[in-house]
Design a protein. Structure first.
Length: 69
């Protein structure tokens, strides 16, 4: 089950909620606001640098391969 972070625009309360994909609507546990805002976080995976293709997946002969292959 994914964890979502919510923020209430009425009372500015911020909390995390563990929800199923088919869960009902969430309301603020502090003031009861029926429409809290979902806070967008940073992704779990960061791709940095020039990329894996140019460094890890170079086409051509593999090291240790025989020349007659």
């Amino acid at each position: 089950m994914p964890t979502y972070t919510y923020k209430c625009d009425t009372c500015h309360h911020v909390w995390d909620e563990l929800l199923d994909l088919g869960a009902d609507a969430v309301e603020c546990p502090n003031c009861g606001n029926p429409e809290p805002r979902k806070v967008m976080g940073s992704p779990a995976v960061h791709f940095k640098g020039t990329g894996f293709y140019t460094t890890d997946y170079v086409r051509g002969r593999k090291q240790g391969a025989r020349k007659d292959q």
